[in-house]
Design a protein around this ligand. Structure first.
Ligand SMILES: [Zn+2]
Ligand SMILES: [Zn+2]
Length: 149
């Protein structure tokens, strides 16, 4: 067993700092068009945590954005530098998706979703973790994460 360790991250200017108090649930990259627009890049990486495990310091602004599910997502930004630090999908209450690269020690994705929309110059070596659209969570997430949600 590895010792429970806290993870820390921050926005670009350091106004927003956060701590994740328990092990994250799952980390995934998404290659869909909405995520490309929101990052200005080829994919986003999200680390899912329980809302109760997240402690945030510094003021954030939020805004609701559309998602593929039609349910929407509330995105949270640093009010000073505008960096998009985390979001809450309305489809999964009680959970938060952290933008993985705002972590001090980023986590390697355990799945790639919407690979059908992936930029052609990106080559993902591990094909077993690639999904055309979404995956079946019960078959993909580790059991210890499923037990917590
Ligand atoms: Zn900031
Ligand atoms: Zn996406």
């Amino acid at each position: 067993m590895t010792k429970k360790k806290e993870l820390r991250g921050k926005c670009g200017c350091g106004n927003v700092k956060y701590t994740i108090k328990n092990e994250p649930l799952f980390t995934q990259a998404c290659h869909c068009k909405d995520c490309k627009i929101s990052t200005g890049s080829s994919f986003v990486i999200h680390t899912m945590v329980l809302e109760k495990d997240l402690e945030v310091k510094g003021d954030v602004a939020s805004m609701e954005l559309p998602t593929g599910s039609g349910k929407g997502v509330n995105a949270y930004f640093c009010i000073i530098c505008g960096v998009y630090v985390f979001c809450k999908y309305n489809i999964s209450p009680g959970r938060i998706a952290i933008r993985t690269q705002t972590l001090e020690d980023p986590i390697t994705p355990q799945a790639h979703i919407f690979v059908k929309d992936k930029d052609p110059w990106i080559e993902i070596n591990d094909k077993k973790i690639c999904y055309d659209k979404f995956y079946d969570r019960d078959k993909t997430w580790p059991k210890k994460s499923l037990d917590r949600i």
